[in-house]
Design a protein. Structure first.
Length: 179
């Protein structure tokens, strides 16, 4: 397989990173590319983000991944979220069979993976192995430098509110699959 390309997508909370990924995924599929990996769209109750869902892009199945933290302690937690350990394990199984592929999407790799060795650890492994033509990886701004150290050839694309995401997605897909 030729050298893989990677695009790190970053932006603040609520900037449209997952929406951007959805647009890239749709455009990639329209051109006949095989898309696999995980997308983690927000779950809203009214205007409030109350959870995170995870979607297997290869098969379409999904699970509830996380809830806003409450008094209930779960096995995997961050300052804001309680993660369902069964959904994390399911996501890692999805990632273990996600390659080889044309476009690998991992939304997102964060403190769990980079700082605690938890979360989508199979995502780190398959990104390191490079058995994909291109990868689209969501990384929060505070961890971009660490991601660039791990994957020095990766390009970084920032998403900010007000961006024309449709055109940005088209240009990103062109960059990922230009020869």
């Amino acid at each position: 397989m030729p050298e893989s390309k990677m695009l790190i997508v970053t932006g603040e909370i609520g900037s449209g990173k997952s929406t951007f990924c959805e647009l890239v995924i749709d455009q990639a599929r329209q051109t006949g590319l095989r898309v696999t990996g995980l997308l983690s769209p927000a779950v809203f109750e009214g205007q409030e983000k109350t959870g995170i869902r995870v979607v297997d892009l290869g098969r379409g199945a999904s699970r509830r991944l996380a809830w806003l933290r409450s008094g209930q302690v779960r096995a995997v937690e961050t300052k804001r979220w309680s993660f369902d350990p069964a959904a994390v394990a399911w996501g890692n199984r999805v990632l273990s069979r996600a390659v080889p592929t044309d476009l690998l999407v991992i939304d997102e790799l964060g403190p769990l993976e980079f700082e605690r060795g938890e979360g989508w650890m199979n995502g780190l492994r398959i990104l390191d192995e490079g058995e994909y033509r291109a990868a689209l990886v969501v990384i929060r701004p505070s961890l971009v430098s660490e991601a660039q150290s791990r994957w020095p050839g990766a390009e970084v694309l920032s998403v900010v509110p007000g961006d024309d995401l449709q055109n940005k997605a088209r240009r990103a897909l062109e960059r990922l699959f230009s020869d």
